[in-house]
Design a protein around this ligand. Sequence first.
Ligand code: CUA
Length: 368
Amino acid sequence: MAQGLIGTVGHSKNFDIDAPSLRKASPVIDLFPTRIICRRANCTPSRILLICTLSLAACSGPQSSLDPAGHAAEEIAEIFWWMTAGGIFIWIAVIALTVYAVRTPPESHSQRRTSYLIIGGGAVIPTVVLTVLLIYGLAPIPRLLAPAPEGSLKVFVSGEQWWWRIRYEMPQGETVVLANEIRLAVGEPVEFRLDSPDVIHSFWIPSLGGKIDMIPGRVTRLALTPTKTGVFRGACAEYCGTSHALMNFDVVVHEKEDFARWLAHQQTPALPSSAPGAARGEELFLANGCGACHMVRGTPANGVVGPDLTHIGSRLSIGAGTLPNEVEALVRWIGRTEHTKPGVLMPHFGMLPEEELRAMAVYLKGLK
Ligand code: CUA
């Protein structure tokens, strides 16, 4: 799973690759690419079969809309498969007719029969098929856009550059704030209320349902119901700036009791960690001004510009799904933020000695 969570780490490496060296390394990006690629890759039937199998393997996983774990995603996947089946059927019919037309001598059909074939095959059948597919594709939209039932859990998500501010609102009015991680109860509908302070993002949890834009000055809504427990991955689906591809989040779907326990824990302030060096890490965290941007409830750190770090140690990843939540990764993040997430607003603290960075990382990892 850790591998899945740190999947985007590879993106940061892309910044080191320049186009000329890529071309030099892969001369197949040239004229007649398909022919050259095929010749060099030695496309045998077994290799083509292997590629197809690997492509199908991508249909599952924590971020696949074809491996649904929610009501809306199930409906969308069903539409996809019917549309795909329809597309394959039409493709086969067109190819069969083309082969027939090439092999049949023109004089074997009368002018009248040919006209019927052209009008029928070129206008009537496509109109009927496309109308049926359009109606079938549009019919579920009212259900997919329907609000969650009255009394459902409300989660407010704000798309920041480039992370997610998450706020749970309880029925009694209390709130819980966290970042880059959403936890839900299986079978329980949830209403997301989405906005953004500056640029347009798009909120998407492919395993649970469709995507919806987060627009500055507006609140958009999305109701989802998870049907399976597990860890899924959400992403920003609208280009929003330099680190758009490094803006992800984890979605954990629990059994109801576990979810209630987690939510109750998130409401509590941070507990001091007993890990060696954590106390010194807290001193350094406060002395270096981290509390001006970050909140750690129960400590003097009360900033609201950056992500709330009260229980950061319990999250699955850091840097909005960019790195695994480990001490080493926290050291890298604090010391080299810009290298990990280009364009990030958080300044790097690489001027601090390694030992101090490590103490802060241990402190943060201890905030369970
Ligand atoms: Cu936020 Cu793309």
